[in-house]
Ligand binder design. Sequence first.
Ligand code: ATP
Ligand code: MG
Length: 178
Amino acid sequence: MSSEPGYVLWFTGPPGAGKTTLAERLKVILNEKGSRVEILDGDEIRKGLSKDLGFSKEDREKHNERVIFVAKLLSRNGVVTLVPLISPYREVRQKARSEIPNFIEIYVRCPLDVLIKRDPKGLYKKALAGEITNLTGLQDPYEEPLSPEITLDTNKQTVDESVNTILEYLKFRGYYKG
Ligand SMILES: Nc1ncnc2c1ncn2[C@@H]1O[C@H](COP(=O)(O)OP(=O)(O)OP(=O)(O)O)[C@@H](O)[C@H]1O
Ligand SMILES: [Mg+2]
């Protein structure tokens, strides 16, 4: 059994900022180094564990709390746990930080005008057309992290550059040897 410490990389940021893209790229790299890695993607979890929940503040918090619970179980068993999750509320992220040892918060930042241009899922288009009314960052609040371990400006960096920034941080923490 691996004696490697588990840790959690918590990717927070608005829709389309790059959370899933970065987590998936990182998983490939860490797997190649022999780490056991799981991705808890907010979107995927909404199709299963959180399929009873909507997008009210209360439901968003419940959804995030379920993810915290699973991330805690995985990471304490040595699994590197990547969590791409909008997680718009500071208080819930603070709860994640206080409950999960080896918690690393990554703010995946991108300005709204670039997000609207990217719009990988067509959500901004729908929101601007009034078809949805609760898109985080546009209609619903997104509370920016105050002191994340890592901030990535994905409008200025390529995916590879963002991944390298994370790997450098993991090296600095002794979690990754390169
Ligand atoms: N430095 C970067 N890091 C990550 N993604 C980037 C970067 N530069 C450009 N992109 C692009 O931005 C888009 C990000 O989409 P992605 O689905 O990863 O966002 P997300 O944050 O997971 O959104 P959601 O919250 O809706 O799931 C992709 O098309 C990706 O190729
Ligand atoms: Mg995503």
